[in-house]
Design a binder for this molecule. Structure first.
Ligand SMILES: [Zn+2]
Length: 272
């Protein structure tokens, strides 16, 4: 990627290692526990199942964070610029497609475990989006894991961020709320995940054509990363259709590519 001229997003909250100034907790109302992630590490379970396993459903405690200055490092700099690129693309593309304004999500960098409005986030969950607080949560250690799984290159983490931002867009369009009514249905879960992959591709299209921040190898890195987090790749073999949670490697790569080729979020009807 070529992010040297990219704007740094102001919506990144750096809470790694407690350095983000986690203060006294203030309980806030907890919305329905839905959370959508990039993958399911624990035996391919639904991410919401993992949060349930952590025993944190309901009554999550939201804590006060501050973005502390002077914490810039290579990784957070990268995340800020990639998130900024998603903002600059979706600020144009989302209203053009929907007639509605785009509202930016926040992105929390944390390490270990972290309280969210959807329950306690954990490295074991992988990156996820919580619709109740409209935040993407990422433990940066995931990106090392992704590389070990075959998602290498500097675009692979950007694909992950764009996928989670894709879930935020589904929250704005109402797809997430509608899909929650069909919770537990594998085909709905897969359609939600593949649409987020397609939206990541739509973002990549505009990042490439209009903003010129992609290198030649980046699309292939995106396809490889999407394949690396396919259900069959994670579970090490074929997965029965009704046991899929995110889609196979082939499905995920195909939907990313469909979004990339079209650049149009209306090409992302994974429910049809
Ligand atoms: Zn997802």
């Amino acid at each position: 990627m070529r992010l040297g001229r990219s704007r740094r997003s102001d919506n990144v909250i750096d809470a790694r290692g407690g350095r983000g100034g986690v203060g006294r907790g203030a309980a806030i109302g907890c919305g329905p526990l839905i959370v959508v992630g990039i993958l399911a590490l624990l035996f391919g379970a639904d991410p919401s199942e993992i949060l349930r396993m952590l025993g944190q459903q309901g009554g999550a405690t939201q804590q006060v964070e501050q973005t502390a200055p002077g914490q810039a490092d290579e990784a957070s700099e990268y995340v800020r610029r990639v998130l900024g690129e998603t903002e600059d693309v979706w600020e144009d593309v989302y209203p053009a497609a929907t007639g509605q304004p785009y509202r930016e999500p926040a992105l929390v960098l944390y390490s270990g475990v972290y309280p969210t409005a959807c329950g306690t986030g954990s490295s074991a969950t992988g990156p996820f989006y919580c619709p109740s607080d409209q935040r993407v949560y990422i433990d940066l250690s995931f990106f090392n894991q992704l590389a070990r799984m075959g998602g290498t290159g500097d675009f692979a983490p950007a694909y992950v961020i764009a996928h989670e931002v894709g879930h935020h867009i589904q929250n704005l369009t109402g797809v997430l709320a509608a899909s929650q009514r069909a919770r537990g249905r594998s085909d709905v879960s897969v359609a939600v995940e593949l649409q987020a992959d397609c939206y990541a591709g739509v973002w990549a299209h505009h990042a490439d054509r209009e903003r010129d921040v992609l290198d030649e190898s980046d699309v292939q890195e995106g396809l490889d990363a999407a394949a690396a987090v396919g259900d069959d790749a994670i579970r090490g073999g074929a997965v029965a259709p009704d046991a899929l949670s995110h889609g196979t490697s082939q499905m995920r790569a195909e939907w990313f590519l469909r979004g990339f080729r079209s650049g149009d979020m209306r090409a992302c009807d994974t429910f049809g």
